[in-house]
Structure formats: structure tokens, C-alpha cells
Design a protein around this ligand. Sequence first.
Ligand SMILES: Cc1cc2nc3c(=O)[nH]c(=O)nc-3n(C[C@H](O)[C@H](O)[C@H](O)COP(=O)(O)OP(=O)(O)OC[C@H]3O[C@@H](n4cnc5c(N)ncnc54)[C@H](O)[C@@H]3O)c2cc1C
Length: 552
Amino acid sequence: MAKPVLLTVDDDPEVLRAVERDLRRRYAERYRILRADSGATALEALRGLKRRGDAVALLLVDQRMPHMTGVEFLGQAMEIFPDAKRVLLTAYADTDAAIDAINVVDLDHYLLKPWDPPDEKLYPVVDDMLELWHASDHRPVEETKVVGHRWSARSSSVREFLSRNQIAYRWYPSEEDEGRQLLTAAGGDDLHLPVVITPSGEAMVEPTDAELAELVGIDTTPVSEFYDLVVVGGGPAGLGAAVYGASEGLRTLLVERTAAGGQAGQSSRIENYLGFPDGVSGAQLTDRARRQASKFGAELVTTREVVALEVNGSARSVLFADWARIDAHAVILATGVSYRQLTAPGISELTGRGVYYGSAMTEASNCAGQDVFIVGGANSAGQAAVYFSRRSRSVTILVRGPSLETSMSYYLVQQIAAIANISVRTCTEVVAGDGDEHLEHLTLRNSVNGTTEVVDAQWLFVFIGAAPHTEWLEGVVVRDDNGFVVTGPDLPLEGSRPRGWGLDRAPYHLETSVPGVFVAGDARAESAKRVASAVGEGAMAVMLVHRYLEMS
Ligand SMILES: Cc1cc2nc3c(=O)[nH]c(=O)nc-3n(C[C@H](O)[C@H](O)[C@H](O)COP(=O)(O)OP(=O)(O)OC[C@H]3O[C@@H](n4cnc5c(N)ncnc54)[C@H](O)[C@@H]3O)c2cc1C
């Protein structure tokens, strides 16, 4: 842990060296002693320290400096490190200024120059100041920091991106003191949020996902242009394929457009995945799978979206949004599905400001002690309800159907029934949402008697089914009416083989209408939509890739 800083500021080099020397003699073991020869340099240093999350315990500043007086400097320094103890070094003639400063900059002490002998005149004062400073908690923050507006959609998605990529961060609402101080240190303002600051103090205003990935050190560019296997999508199916592909000797690249983990990565607790009798969070499962894939040598790049698939002779090529191309012997599509949006009036405007899709875990701490509404009747909605019930005052599940039993696993229905602060409103739809800065009300309609009711609501989490990410495959592989990719024996036949299929053999089980292109997980037509089956299909697709490579 970095030592707290004692900063001394004086334009006279001799005096500056003398103060520094005296401070070092007594405090160097427990503190970092820094010096600056002007107010401007000192402020720059303070901004850097703030961005890096360091702590500053004491500012010892000369009053008479040419461009900025000591009092002026302390006035600005207070906005960055309000808790640092402030001591002014004055000549006898400046004592009036020092006394005035007690009110202006809340000065803790003024010291008359010269301070010799330090044992009598300097150290007792500094010792007292430091003792007072230590009385409160000033542990430095060594994580990435995010300063943003509480109700901003982008601030929320940046936090979600960081948590899904397992980047530890601390959140600072811009309207609170610490947030304001960090914004000042980063040279930002509250019109351009969020601001992300790395542990080394680098700051970025309103970063895109790709910029954020670069900033926090996530790989975004493949090292090679050719692989044995490219896996598109980093959910359970893609991660499963990457682990098995790399562990079985295939040069494997996994490309993920946001953060590894897919839908499962957003799950608060997966209780039915084999080998985890006490359940496992999506984040834990993702972290392990990603480490496992990397251990076997798979390359993982994130924040890169694949927008096209081409067949070039025996090569299968994937193209990125910037039209960079990667070739491979074989491709596994594992692009999964994503949430359908609630179309009720007012809801889309409030997305990220009280209305969220699947971001249960990121937002849970904001909902502590409050009332939460969840829309949806499947397992994902049930899990979120159980998760929120631990910290929220109440959780209301809104379901269109007459019961949960038809859409949710039996074990979850039982769990929910046993939790006192969860209630279920069946035959209920959200027909509108409103609020100025943030969601304030929902209008609910009962589909049995047609009545509507307006309820106070600040938090709405939506889990209403999903559509596959396969639009970019239109015209390349066969998809069903809902967009899911059709494989193997399910492909429509022309004679004894699928249309355009040029090989003697029939397509393998998870093979699409293009030989050498496989699909695993939720994006596949008739898939089970479960973590275990997605992982299993990822592994099985790799086995079929081997078979394809042997035969071609
Ligand atoms: C909240 C929640 C809780 C759940 N709980 C459970 C549970 O308890 N048990 C259970 O068995 N199942 C559960 N499920 C279902 C399970 O998570 C899914 O079945 C599983 O994640 C499917 O895995 P997948 O890899 O096929 O797809 P996904 O998990 O959807 O992953 C697909 C990935 O591909 C990426 N991608 C998409 N298009 C592109 C592109 N063009 N280029 C690059 N990347 C792309 C996406 O960003 C995504 O990360 C839950 C789902 C949710 C949402």
C-alpha cells in the first residue's frame, strides 16, 4: 500500500530543500515526502495523486510565492484533498494573512519561519496534524475509479462492462464530494460523464467500450491473421469451445463483442450447473473459464464484433466492424441471444435510469432498502428476484401468464414462495413508465379484468426472453423463422443433402449449411437454453471440427 504523502511547497529553493530535509529526517519511513516549487506544480502533482488513489496527509506551504500565494494554493488544493491537514509557513509580517486564512481555507496551523530547532518548532506541530489525520480512514484506493451520474445509462453500462470483465473498480457518484474531487483532479466536468481513472492515474472521459478495454488492459486485437479455429461469442458455449479447442492443440481465437460470460455472466447465481452444489455466480464461472481457456493457449479478444462470415475456398473468414479479417480452417458460432426490449411507452427513455435489462448484480447495491419490480416469468427473472430480496425492501415479480410454474424451474418457484419480501403479480403487464430524471411510476394492467393501476417504482429489471444474434449471417447459413441457426439433421433437404451442400457426406450434428462452420449454444435452433448444454455443445463442436479437419 502506497505511503501517505506530505507535500511541501515553496518558491525559494533553499527553504524548500531545508523543509524537505527536516521532514524526511523524521517522517520518511512512514510517509512519502514530496516537494514542489510553485502552487501550479503542486496542484498538478495533487491531481495526479488523486487520480492514482493516493492519500495526502499534510500540505506545508509557504505563503509568499510570486504567482499564487500559499492561501490561494490551499483554496484550490482543498477541492482535491479536503481532508489533508493544511499548514502555512509565514514570515512574521504575514501573520495577519495567516490568521485571515484560518477562516478562508480552514487552516489547521501556521508556522513562523525559521522553524529551528525542528524538534521544538516543527515536529510537534506536524506530529499533532498527522495524529488528527490518522483518526479518520484514509486508505488509498488502488482500483480503477468510475465517476458518473447515478442515473446515466452510459455510467451504468461502463460499470457493467468493468464488472463483467472482472476489473475491480470503485464507483463515485458525481454529485457527491469524492466524485466532485476526482472530477476536478481529472480535469473533467459533470457534463461529460462518466470519467474512468485507472490505478496509475490515467483518465478517460466518456470512453467507448473499445477505448475502455484499451485503458484497462483488455486484449482487443488478435496477434495473428490465421487460426485453426475462430470462435465467435464468449458466453458459456464459446468459452467451452475455446477451452476444448486450445486444450486439444488447435490454434484458437475467441472473439467477443462486449465482455466474456454472455448471459450466464450476468446471472447472480446458477444453481443447476453440474459440480456446483451450492451454486456459482456467472462472474465466478466466467472468470474460471476464461483463465482455463488462456491457460491452454486460447487467445481471447473482447470489444470486437464480428459482422460478416465469408467462405474463401477452404478458409472460413470472419470480418470485424472495421473490416479487418481473420481466416481460419473452421468457425464455431456461439453468439447466443439477447433480451427482448419492453416496448411500453416511456420505458426506453428511462433505460439505464431505473429500467435495466439483466444488470441485476451491478445495480443491486443502489436498490438496498428500496422496492424493486421485475418483469418476466423465466429462471433469469426468478434468480434476480431471489438476489434482490436479500437487500431490497420488497421485490414484485410481474408476470403476464397466470402462474410462474409454467415458465420457471420448480426449485426456483419453491424458493420464491418461501421468501417473505417477494410477491408475484400474475396476469400483469407493464403498459407505461414515467419519471423526470429517473423512473418514478409504472402503470400496470391486469389482463383478466382490464383495470390499470399506477404504482410508485424506482427500479425495474426486465427479463422477457431473447432473440438470437444472427442477423449478420443472413444469406450465409440457413436460419429458422426466428433467426436461430439450423444444423445437421434439421437442415432442410434438397434430395438427400441440404441446398448448396457440395460434399459427399451429410452435415455433422452441429454443422451449419456451410461445411466447417458450426454453431453451439443458444443461437442454435432447438437448443436447450441452459449453461450446461451450451458448454457441452461448445465441446462437442470442437470434436466435430477435428472430424471436419481430418476429412478435408
Ligand atoms: C440472468 C440469466 C440467468 C440464467 N440462469 C441460468 C441458470 O441458472 N441455469 C442455466 O442453465 N441457464 C441459465 N441461463 C441461461 C444461460 O445463461 C444461457 O443458456 C447461456 O448463457 C447460453 O450460452 P451461449 O454461449 O450460447 O450464449 P450467450 O450466453 O448469449 O453468449 C453469447 C455471447 O456472444 C457474444 N456475441 C454475440 N454476437 C456477437 C458477434 N457478432 N461478435 C462477437 N461476439 C458476439 C455476446 O456478446 C455474448 O457474450 C440464464 C440466463 C440469464 C440471462
